[in-house]
Design a protein around this ligand. Sequence first.
Ligand SMILES: [Fe+2]
Ligand SMILES: [Fe+2]
Length: 286
Amino acid sequence: VELQSLAIKIARSDNLPVLSQVASALLRLVDEPNSSAKLLAQSIEQDPAISAKLLRVANSAYYGHQNVSSISTAVQLLGMTSIRAMVVGIAYQQVSCGQTVSSSFSNLDFWEHSLAVAIASRLIAKSKLPEQMEELYLAGLIHDVGMLVLDRFLPHKFDLAIQTAFSRGITLHQAETEVLGYAHDEVGGLLAEKWSLSERLITMIRYHHSPTGAGDLTLHCQIIAAGDAIARLSGYPNNSPDGLIHAYIPALSALQLTAEEIEPIRADVIAEVKRAQEIFHIRAAA
Ligand SMILES: [Fe+2]
Ligand SMILES: [Fe+2]
């Protein structure tokens, strides 16, 4: 299936990895640095599932069992930054934790990796691009979204790509390229366009495996690529073989990250993913 015909399918389909209207509005809103707390709270309240989950998270042990009963109180108590991260996580989890079609594709693996890359990218941004930590969290979270399209529209080819990655010990990106002639980064760019995400996010998704193509956003893409490498080092390889570290060394050296810098990020990633699984009630399959 050529990329062009897949692009047409994505443009026409209603059967996409569905982002509820509210969730897609929220993704746009959190990407907008000047959005107000009030507007954000109002938008969250339009989606009962997201509201309920947010309140559960706000009342969880992690946030000290506060008695939060409204979204606007949650926004006040926890602050915009935490709310943004939570909302994005919840909205995205709704998309990525549905039933998969490809039998080899694990959405738990996908979710853990996405979250790990988000956390790692934000931490790397702290030293490399401090103004853009939140944007990089968001971009890190959704960078591999193209895989959801491959799972939905080309499940047999995607299965074959995953199996090829494991049998040959190559990255899933390489295996997709061999099987399909293109990979989830390009496909993710198309989906992000369909979702009307910002141009910046679309670019970051499209070039996370080839940062130098991203023009002004090269550093952003390098941070996501390095975040991806650290997610792998942390044990979240996303439906591909463990190890393969040699394939990810270039991403780490592009940012001149040293072992002393990487290690604490890795420890944080593991701790944060575990914590998120607890508060979002995600459990590893038995
Ligand atoms: Fe990727
Ligand atoms: Fe990735």
